[in-house]
Ligand binder design. Structure first.
Ligand code: ADP
Ligand code: MG
Length: 664
């Protein structure tokens, strides 16, 4: 048995650092949270090379008094907690008192800090927690901290870092969350010398969203407000037509902190059920306020996942607030025909400007893929530098102009803090050159070179932005006479209402009407089959058996028959004549999604039923039938989408038609 030894202090510190400092994003999170705790109103963050070689956080907060600076860098040094009671009432962000110690043990740190009361500031410098210098320095009120060469003394950890782009993106995500949770603080984020975003700090959530996520994103949002049993939810969610193919635009904050919560995500998604297309997800920025102590919130200190003692209440609060927001702003999609419209009396100049580029564009489309390949080849042929690899910005929309400012000539240049009005961004070369100095045994330059090589192996290219469906909204909802016109392609009903010509998808419309009916009449008529039928289900058998109670509530009579089969004795009257096997197989498929909560399961059953029972596109329908469908659809605002989220009706306005004929 080897001897048991107490680890030397330095080694113990490195191990502890691993818990707090995992990557540049975790450093930035700790530093910015410190700045927020220090009551700053302006915080500037600059990074280079994904933060690996350079990170700087500048704030205008309370600063640290000269006597306390060195102490702040010791482990368990904190001004925020002194007793166990404090721990129970933690309102500040960081509380472990080890961030500064951990960060400085694995990087080269410089801090400049000054309190308002003190005439002179303090400079603190350390490398890997050693060679500590503390000196007087002239600087503005507040704190600037620079962290260079992260993990320069722990190469093993450096190897775990991802590519600069990925590390930089993680920093951007952290800052995005922090900026959205503190609209009252003006944040500025500069990445490789380029301004990525600047929030105004005017206290308005919308201003922060606009600055951080872009104008386009902001324009798709509608406000959310709700309260239930002491839980408050405010913020914004998107209109159903703006749901996106990915879930990556859902930001949830709990008492001002970014969190992830399965319950909130499900509540949000189910609120869009039947309004958004299947496979599309809402974008939302939601702030939840939950009284401290009233709800048992279990937050893992290092993770963002959160659990509530009363998940149901959280679910209901979010679900209904979001649902209300959606239905308040819901309108039918309007067809926009103007793009392809005939231009009345087009001049030669107009022709040159509109038609020719259109034709050229479609020809270009075929060449586009080829061009992309050439571009990629050209990019690979040049040796990219760090700044080439780093994307220009994380957002499509940048506030302000790029502000790459040369470092001032002051000596020594590193001690110049970024002023909040005019941040300085050092040139990447300068940083690389600095870290090339042979200061430690580990060759940092070599490590960096290795990273560059690794990054060159697979450069990622930007994804094509997702195009949002073109849709505009109409405001007035006065009841107007509805005129049935006819049917085209055995699929679409034509009807006129007010100044609009409506195309109604007869299957989608019927499906939705039946769905609403099934939902409102909780006990649906079972119709006994003449002969009970056995259905073999394979992998979905369990899903059906587990939900028999709900299925039977919807008008079926089904029982488990063992061996992956079920016995069907009755089906809902609306489904008489349907192929029983197909119907049950479809039920099984729709129910096998484990995440579905109970209400949702019943909806899924109704969904299957209404789809089955509705008239199909291509089927022959009588005028009377279609007329009733058209009238029902157009006079009911809640018949907007089929249960799968496709629109039931599209409006072509009179104006749009007149535009096509050059009348307006
Ligand atoms: P914690 O934040 O958990 O207290 P840290 O190691 O992050 O631990 O910071 C130690 C202490 O240093 C803080 O309690 C605070 O007093 C001081 N401090 C750190 N950053 C700042 C800052 N930007 N402005 C003012 N004080 C700071
Ligand atoms: Mg802290």
């Amino acid at each position: 048995m080897p001897e048991i030894k107490v680890l030397p202090k330095a080694v113990a510190e490195l191990i502890a650092a691993g818990e707090v400092v995992e990557r540049p994003a975790s450093v930035i999170k700790e530093l910015v949270e410190n700045s927020i705790d220090a009551k700053s109103t302006m915080i500037t963050v600059e990074i280079q090379n994904g933060g690996v070689t350079f990170m700087r956080v500048t704030d205008n907060g309370c600063g640290i008094a000269t006597d306390n600076v060195a102490t702040a860098f010791l482990r368990h040094a904190t001004s925020k907690v002194s007793t166990e009671d404090d721990l129970n009432e933690i309102m500040t962000l960081g509380f472990r008192g080890e961030a500064l110690a951990a960060i400085s043990s694995v990087s080269r740190v410089e801090m400049l800090t000054k309190t308002k009361e003190s005439p002179v500031g303090t400079l603190y410098r350390a490398e890997g927690g050693n060679n500590i210098t503390v000196a007087d320095a002239g600087c503005p009120d507040g704190t600037t901290i620079i962290v260079r060469d992260l993990f320069f003394n722990t190469p093993a950890r450096m190897k775990f870092l991802k590519k600069d782009v990925a590390e930089g993106n993680a920093v951007a995500a952290v800052l995005q969350h922090i900026a959205l949770s503190h609209p009252e603080i003006a944040f500025r984020f500069i990445r490789d010398g380029k301004s990525v975003f600047t929030t105004p700090g005017d206290g308005k959530l919308m201003s922060a969203i606009y600055a951080v996520c872009g104008r386009e994103f902001a324009s798709t949002l509608i406000p959310v407000e709700g309260e239930l049993g002491g839980i408050r939810v405010t913020g914004y969610t998107c209109k159903p037509v703006h749901c996106r193919p990915k879930k990556n635009a859902q930001f949830v904050f709990l008492n001002g902190r970014y969190v992830r919560s399965g319950t909130v995500a499900t509540a949000l998604d189910t609120a869009y059920k039947n309004s958004a297309m299947v496979g599309r997800f809402p974008a939302a920025v939601l702030h939840l306020t939950v009284p401290y102590g009233a709800v048992d919130i279990n937050v893992h200190p290092a993770k963002t996942e959160v659990r509530f003692s009363d998940e149901r209440r959280i679910f209901d609060c979010v679900h209904f607030a979001v649902k209300n927001a959606i239905s308040a702003g819901d309108v039918r999609p309007q067809a926009n025909l103007s793009q392809g419209g005939y231009k009345y009396r087009m001049t030669a100049e107009e022709y040159r400007q509109t038609v020719i580029p259109e034709v050229a564009k479609s020809a270009d489309k075929t060449l586009e893929t080829y061009g992309k390949m050439l571009e990629r080849a050209a990019k690979n042929a040049q040796r990219p530098t760090f700044s080439d690899i780093a994307p220009k910005s994380v957002n499509s929309y940048n506030v302000g102009t790029s502000t790459a400012v040369e470092p001032k000539e002051d000596k020594p240049p590193h001690y110049v803090p970024a002023t909040l009005a005019e941040p300085h961004a050092e040139q990447p070369e300068e940083v690389v050159a600095k870290s090339a100095e042979p200061e430690t045994e580990i060759n940092y330059t070599e490590l960096l070179a290795e990273r560059i090589k690794k990054q060159l192996e697979d450069i990622e290219f930007d994804e094509k932005p997702v195009e949002e469906p073109v849709c505009r909204v109409a405001e007035d909802d006065q009841p107007k006479p509805i005129r049935y016109i006819g049917e085209v392609f055995s699929t679409y009903i034509l009807a006129q209402m007010g100044e609009g010509l409506f195309l109604i998808d007869k299957h989608a419309a019927h499906e939705r009407i039946l769905f609403n009916k099934f939902k409102s009449e909780i006990s649906v008529d079972p119709q006994m089959l003449l002969v009970p039928q056995q259905v073999a289900l394979k992998e979905d058998h369990q899903a059906v058996v587990d939900n028999l109670e709900i299925i039977n509530r919807a008008g079926f009579e089904i029982e488990d028959f063992g061996d992956d089969t079920v016995l069907v004795r009755a089906v809902p009257a609306a489904l008489t004549g349907e192929d029983v096997t197909d119907l049950v197989l479809e039920l099984g498929r729709n129910l096998s999604d484990k995440a579905a909560v109970e209400i949702e399961k019943l909806e899924r059953i109704f969904e299957t039923m209404s789809c089955r029972a509705a008239v199909k596109a291509g089927n022959l329908s009588s005028d009377e039938e279609l007329k009733v469908l058209a009238e029902t659809v157009l006079s009911n605002r809640d018949i907007m989408y089929c249960p799968h989220g496709r629109p039931v009706a599209v409006e072509i306005t009179r104006r749009e038609i007149e535009k096509q004929f050059g009348r307006v």
